[in-house]
Design a protein around this ligand. Structure first.
Ligand code: ADP
Ligand code: MG
Length: 445
């Protein structure tokens, strides 16, 4: 089994070497090693967390799954993991204080997360305006600025945008961006080395402090105390603080009551879920950044179907683009649906026979109950067979189930399916009617 696995892996590597245009991926192949966890699942281990995150970010797990299935159909999922598993969370480089404009200091900020790349609409315009104000004007209007939303709606993007903009609009302004998690690691490290003084000094130097995912300190008493201390000191010295979180200050749990009150004292803004128009704008902007030409119908399809958050929307777009690049095939609506079939099932409403009957009746301008009647009249009989045919090909219902919906038995449905298949070949008019209906029904799936 292990031998088969290695052979399959070699085939996959071979294929990636020949077909992928991603030089980074090619360079890393030799450092990856696959492991079978059971007959259906494969875990590919990467030596570092960075590498693992990068592979996942580029949706290479989805891609590996789909090429692996072509070699071995028994495989259900291929995932990436870090090995050897770190006992402690890996130490992340702490964001350095930006005391000048040296680019090297900005390496922990995502260059793509700028205001220019941030698509603004009603749901996020207030948060964006507040962020811009902090980034461009030194006078403090509110402190802290506290931005909250559910995951993937652009909080981190906005914070990085503030950093980039500060550098442009307020040269000389010293800022520090870090996550609450990094704050904790640094603090714990300082405690261990008995060097809390230099830890505190790091914050004294800044004009703007940004702490991401502040909810992370909930339930961590010592870290909260230290943060409370830092917070008070900076506020009293007239330094700007910007915080992001997955919930409003008052909804934070396991947090010191005084700190909670202080967090809510400045300006609290939330980012709401995106609108359809924003999602179109975001997809266009991301596609451009990826240098990928995406057909408009694919953009509209994604914007319509992936409404949860922007991270998922972007992830879906990445998968579509990565797949097309690796396989060298064009991006079309059909390939998009194929690639995203697992994800989309989450959002998919199963097309109902009832809906098919309604649409078909409307299309042929007859009464829906005519589709269940015994009338042999051609005006009614052919639409009835078409509705049966569409129910078979567009839903996962069984023949007896479809039969029941039409007050018929399953042999009638089987007969109807065959008849329509034949007619579609022989009669262009029938073909066009069926295709027009199929197209209009696809709006719902
Ligand atoms: P959060 O921190 O709220 O979980 P992120 O800032 O990490 O979310 O955003 C997730 C992804 O979505 C990022 O790639 C970000 O660039 C993108 N994104 C979110 N909102 C927007 C927007 N309005 N315009 C462009 N990209 C966005
Ligand atoms: Mg974030």
């Amino acid at each position: 089994m292990q031998k088969d696995l290695q052979q399959q892996w070699q085939q996959i590597c071979e294929r990636i070497r020949n077909e992928s245009r991603d030089a980074v991926l090619q360079g890393w192949l030799s450092q990856l090693s696959p492991e079978m966890t059971d007959a259906e699942n494969i875990v590919i281990s990467a030596p570092t967390r960075f590498m693992r995150d990068w592979l996942v970010d580029k949706a290479y797990d989805a891609l590996m799954t789909s090429i692996w299935q072509q070699i071995n159909p028994a495989i259900k999922a291929v995932q990436f993991a870090v090995l050897p598993a770190p006992e402690m969370p890996e130490e992340e480089p702490v964001a350095e204080v930006i005391t000048d404009n040296a680019d090297s200091n900005l390496s922990h900020l995502n260059p793509a997360f700028t205001f220019e790349n941030f698509v603004v609409g009603k749901p996020n315009e207030f948060a964006t305006a507040a962020a811009r104000r902090v980034a461009t004007i030194a006078d403090i209007a509110f402190n802290p600025l506290y931005i909250h939303s559910s995951v993937g709606l652009g909080k981190t993007h906005l914070m990085h945008a503030i950093a980039w903009e500060l550098r442009k609009s307020r040269p000389g302004c010293r800022f520090l961006y870090l996550s609450a998690e990094q704050f904790m690691y640094q603090f714990v490290k300082a405690l261990k080395t008995q060097d809390t003084l230099s830890f505190r000094d790091m914050f004294r130097e800044v004009d703007v402090l940004m702490v991401d995912d502040i909810q992370f300190i909930c339930g961590k008493k010592a870290t909260q105390e230290e943060f409370f201390h830092t917070f008070n000191e900076l506020i009293s010295e007239g330094k700007q603080i910007v915080l992001c979180s997955d919930s409003s200050p008052l909804a934070l749990k396991d947090i010191d009551a005084r700190l909670k009150t202080r967090l809510a004292q400045g300006l609290v803004v939330d980012i709401f879920p995106t609108t359809y128009e924003m999602r179109i704008g975001i997809l266009q902007s991301k596609a451009q950044a990826m240098n990928a030409a995406i057909p408009q119908d694919v953009i509209e399809f994604l914007a319509e179907r992936i409404t949860t958050n922007v991270r998922e929307l972007e992830g879906a777009l990445r998968r579509v683009v990565a797949n097309a690049q690796l396989l060298g095939s064009p991006i079309t609506l059909d390939t998009t649906k194929m690639i995203l079939r697992d994800t989309l099932n989450l959002y998919e409403k199963e097309l109902s026979i009832d809906l098919i009957q309604k649409e078909t009746a409307e299309y042929f301008q007859i009464q829906p109950n005519n589709l269940k009647s015994n009338s042999k009249e051609r005006r009614v009989a052919q639409p009835r067979q078409i509705a049966m045919y569409l129910s078979k090909v567009l839903t996962t219902h069984s023949l007896p189930e479809i039969g029941a919906a039409f007050d018929r038995d399953h042999t009638t449905i089987m007969h109807a399916v065959r008849t329509i298949e034949e007619r579609m070949k022989a009669d262009l008019k029938v073909y066009e009617d069926v295709e027009a209906l199929r197209k209009s029904l696809q709006r719902y799936s």
